[in-house]
Write a protein that binds this ligand. Structure first.
Ligand SMILES: Cc1cc2nc3c(=O)[nH]c(=O)nc-3n(C[C@H](O)[C@H](O)[C@H](O)COP(=O)(O)O)c2cc1C
Length: 212
């Protein structure tokens, strides 16, 4: 059976990023793929510690050699057929947890002999972002420089973005006067179902692609 690994880089189990990931997983499962969702906030791991074990002469590896809770996940991704990374946007970037994961994921791909990027296996990749920003006004750098690494090593990723998300369920309960709940509600009514449907469709499409 073909397998899709989904890496959830958001802290909240029941909010926007998790909902988009859930719909992607639903679409992919319905189309017949095995799907595994990994929540980075549930794992105890570090970023790259610069041990350079992945670049030891004669024993170079394109999967990180440092052992912690991320090790089995990195090994599982190396064997997978499709990959999804999901993150809310924090201060214009993916979360620290996602960035930390990406250091461990991507550094072993990079050859310091010829600067090529080689992953164990090419595979389709979807990058999910959710944010307060609007399509025409947002501060997101997305996956930033890591997108180049992913594109070189795994293949050009596709994007799935949910804008202007509901950050809390009830705006009245928080000091969030900079946002109009009315405007948020209107946006949600017009876009959120479509965002979820797009996530479902992209999940289905990825599963169909890797199975064909
Ligand atoms: C610490 C923090 C920083 C944020 N920074 C940004 C930002 O720079 N740009 C933006 O558009 N939204 C920002 N947001 C809003 C979140 O990206 C948005 O609410 C997202 O959909 C939350 O995802 P979640 O519901 O899965 O937790 C920030 C939220 C938090 C908690």
């Amino acid at each position: 059976m073909k397998k899709i690994m989904i890496i959830d880089g958001g802290p909240r189990k029941n909010m926007n990023t998790a909902a988009m990931i859930g719909k992607f997983a639903e679409g992919a499962s319905q189309a017949g793929a095995e799907v595994k969702v990994v929540r980075l906030y549930d794992l105890n791991y570090k970023g790259c510690i610069s041990c350079l074990a992945c670049k030891i002469k004669g024993r170079a590896s394109n999967v990180c050699k440092f052992k912690d809770a991320l090790t089995p996940i990195l090994e599982e991704i190396a064997q997978a057929d499709g990959l999804v990374l999901g993150s809310p946007i924090y201060f214009g970037d993916v979360t620290g947890q996602m960035r930390t994961f990406l250091e461990r994921f991507a550094f072993p791909w990079l050859s310091y002999n010829d600067y090529s990027m080689t992953a164990p296996k090419k595979m389709p990749v979807v990058l999910i972002e959710t944010m307060n920003g609007l399509p025409e006004r947002n501060n997101s750098q997305g996956y930033g420089s890591m997108e180049y690494c992913i594109a070189s090593a795994l293949g050009q990723p596709e994007h799935l973005i949910a804008y202007n998300t509901y950050q809390v369920r009830k705006y009245d309960n928080f000091e969030l006067a900079g946002f109009s709940e009315e405007a948020k509600r209107q946006w949600r009514d017009e876009h959120w179902e479509q965002d979820l449907q797009k996530a479902f469709d992209m999940g289905k499409h990825m599963a169909e692609t890797i199975m064909s």
